[in-house]
Design a protein around this ligand. Structure first.
Ligand code: HEC
Length: 182
């Protein structure tokens, strides 16, 4: 199937400010910001009350729940080039977009890396880069505290989401509209 008719790229620079942005981009920013904030709040609260090891369970349970609660016509989620949960694995298109994000970050671009594609069949996809923060290294870094490493190995035997450093691309938020979405 021919996949992409039109690909529009959005950055946050002043050069793109004049472009009229599709409604779906605006909607996707709202949805992914909500996912980011709700998940961030749940994570911080869990770390504060039970420590990072206990917060792993919260992440495992709450991340898919929050994503599902924000999904309706559009599916909202997270993905990455290296995933912890295999359910979050990217398809070929998402992999391509994140590879491009990683290159842009290597080239010194900072913040607000977005991608939007509206396809000929009416389906669409929005993605926004997730950058590794220092606190993410607790569970995604190169050297994990022993309790954390064990807990992760138990819950995610095929975990590939470690070895990240602050500033690197960790993954992306992704919003997908199916063919028949309004
Ligand atoms: C307390 C441990 C912990 C911390 C801290 C943490 N994560 Fe995670 N992260 C997880 C777990 C557990 C999963 C798997 C969730 C699931 O099963 O859906 C995950 C999954 C992800 C995913 C989805 C892709 C994948 O690998 O499955 C992204 C993206 C992600 N984390 C980014 C971050 C970012 C960015 C930060 C810092 C702001 C962060 N994480 C901090 C535990 C953590």
């Amino acid at each position: 199937m021919k996949r992409t008719l039109l690909i529009l790229m959005f950055g946050l620079g002043p050069s793109t400010a004049a472009l009229a942005e599709p409604d779906r981009v605006v909607e996707a920013r709202t949805l992914t910001t909500a996912l980011q904030q709700q998940l961030g709040a749940a994570l911080k609260q869990a770390i504060a009350s039970g420590g990072p090891q206990a917060a792993i369970e919260v992440c495992q349970v709450r991340a898919p729940e929050i994503a599902a609660s924000l999904s309706s016509d559009a599916t909202v989620g997270r993905t990455a080039l290296r995933v912890r949960n295999p359910d979050n694995a990217p398809d070929a298109g998402a992999r391509e977009v994140m590879t491009a994000f990683a290159t842009r970050i290597d080239d010194g671009e900072q913040g607000g890396l977005e991608h939007f594609e509206q396809r000929a069949d009416g389906s669409a996809r929005y993605m926004r880069a997730i950058i590794t923060q220092p606190m993410c290294e607790l569970c995604h870094g190169a050297s994990l505290a022993s309790g954390i490493a064990e807990e992760l190995a138990l819950r995610y035997p095929r975990d590939a989401a470690t070895g990240f450093r602050a500033g690197e691309l960790r993954g992306a938020f992704i919003v997908d509209w199916p063919e028949d979405a309004p």
